[in-house]
Design a protein around this ligand. Structure first.
Ligand SMILES: Nc1nc2c(c(=O)[nH]1)N[C@H]1C(S)=C(S)[C@@H](COP(=O)(O)OP(=O)(O)OC[C@H]3O[C@@H](n4cnc5c(N)ncnc54)[C@H](O)[C@@H]3O)O[C@H]1N2
Ligand code: MOO
Length: 398
């Protein structure tokens, strides 16, 4: 049996990133950068005013008080072609090009203006109120290193730097095989001996929420059926996930079918609850196969922790998830003596930390506390309950 962190480390060792593709900036939202993205422009691209005011030559204001003749206006977006005359000032606005010869901008609140002239009570220092060309970044400098996910703010930084196309890893396509003859997909009356499918909707939703294309297949508990679906999934998807059929029962066929497809076992069984009989295989074409146990709570924890890691690795993320946050237990927490737990909890923001209220109904086949739960708390195995106030790690479920 593998420790959680050792199993995650095996994922990182064995699972590689997808080949990069070129994409327009607009379509790259949420993708991971595969190559450094460098600025096309000097930033700022020209000497700009940082204020609404007057562009001046600092030396002309040294003998305070001073009086300067107004020599025109440059609104933002216009080109300043005229050189600033001696003892002159040019009206400028925030973001406007500063005329050649000016080396400072004085805020309009600091001058007394009259038609054709401004009066300054105090000298202006060279550089005041100016944004110099290239002072933030020179053209060619790296704006974003590879391995970063392109969220909206990063896209904005790249857009400002004149970047139009980026090399990114494509969103992994995920195939999900929901196994189990007892599982009844879709609507209608539930037949005797059968249960409603929870894992299909869970994984479809979890993946869709995160922007991954997903296909769900329901597969009968027959070796030929599992084999056939697996063969197709491994050929067409970038990550394959199965639910059910990874334990020791006579109808637990996933690992057998995987071996028949030449899939190598990376690990089987992790010291965690839920989700002990978790399986990771690697197909000859590099596609990882994550075998999640059928119990829906094990699927939720398996997606939040292991599927998160696999997707991030396929996308070449520099620091692959899951990203565990810090918090404290709001109450004493009952725990397993042997296996670390992923417990469903309600979180509450409190004085610079997050208090986690671990909920009832934690068994692996139960999902009904998710009406309330919005966090998954990692609780280390232990003989005694974890005391209230103990530091814990947790993951948001939303
Ligand atoms: N003799 C042993 N039996 C079991 C062991 C063991 O070590 N020895 N481990 C238990 C643990 S822990 C888990 S977890 C389960 C995992 O078993 P499988 O991965 O083979 O999953 P299944 O048996 O197919 O299903 C488990 C459970 O989940 C229900 N299920 C399955 N699919 C769905 C679905 N799509 N939606 C809702 N519920 C689903 C299924 O009906 C079962 O109740 O094995 C234990 N057994
Ligand atoms: O590991 Mo299983 O998911 O505990 O019941």
């Amino acid at each position: 049996m593998h420790e959680i962190d050792a199993a995650l480390a095996l994922c990182s060792e064995r699972v590689g990133a997808l080949a990069p593709v070129a994409q327009s900036l607009e379509s790259a939202l949420g993708r991971v950068l595969a190559e450094p993205a460098s600025s096309v422009l000097d930033l700022p691209p020209f000497a700009q005013s940082g204020l609404d005011g007057y562009a001046v030559r600092a030396a002309d204001t040294e003998a305070a008080p001073s009086s300067l003749a107004l020599a025109g206006e440059v609104p933002a977006g216009a080109v300043a072609t005229e050189r600033l005359p001696a003892n002159g000032a040019v009206r400028v606005f925030t973001g406007a090009m500063v005329p050649p010869g000016a080396d400072a901008v004085v805020a309009q609140e600091r001058v007394r203006a009259e038609p054709g002239r401004i009066h300054l009570a105090a000298p202006v220092a060279a550089g005041d109120g100016l944004r110099n060309r290239g002072e933030e970044l020179a053209a060619g400098a790296i704006v974003c290193p590879p391995g970063q996910r392109l969220h909206a703010a990063r896209l904005a930084a790249l857009a400002a730097a004149g970047v139009e196309r980026v090399m990114v890893r494509p969103a992994p396509r995920v195939a999900v095989l929901v196994t189990g003859d007892e599982v009844q997909p879709g609507a209608g009356e539930t037949a005797p001996g059968r249960i409603r499918d929870a894992n299909g909707p869970l994984l479809r939703g979890w993946l869709s929420e995160r922007g991954y294309p997903v296909e769900i297949h329901h597969v009968a508990d027959r070796l030929e059926a599992v084999r056939a679906h697996l063969e197709q999934a491994l050929a067409e998807a970038d990550v394959v996930v199965t639910t059910g059929g990874v334990s020791v029962g006579d109808y637990d066929l996933v690992m057998q079918a995987a071996a028949d497809q030449g899939v190598e076992t990376v690990f089987w069984r992790v010291r965690q609850k839920p989700g002990k009989p978790l399986y990771l295989g690697l197909a000859p074409n590099g596609v990882p196969l994550l075998g999640l146990p059928g119990n829906p709570a094990a699927v939720l924890a398996g997606a939040s922790v292991f599927l998160r890691r696999l997707l991030d690795l396929r996308e070449g993320l520099a620091v692959p998830g899951p990203e565990l946050l810090g918090g404290v237990a709001a109450h004493p927490v009952r725990r397993d003596g042997v296996r670390d737990g992923w417990l469903r909890a309600r979180r509450e923001a409190a004085e610079g930390t997050v208090r986690l209220h671990v909920l009832d109904r934690q068994a692996s086949h139960m999902l009904s506390n998710l009406g309330e739960a919005d966090a998954l708390v990692r609780v280390p195995a232990g003989e005694t309950p974890l005391p209230a106030g103990a530091t814990v790690q947790w993951l948001p479920l939303d």
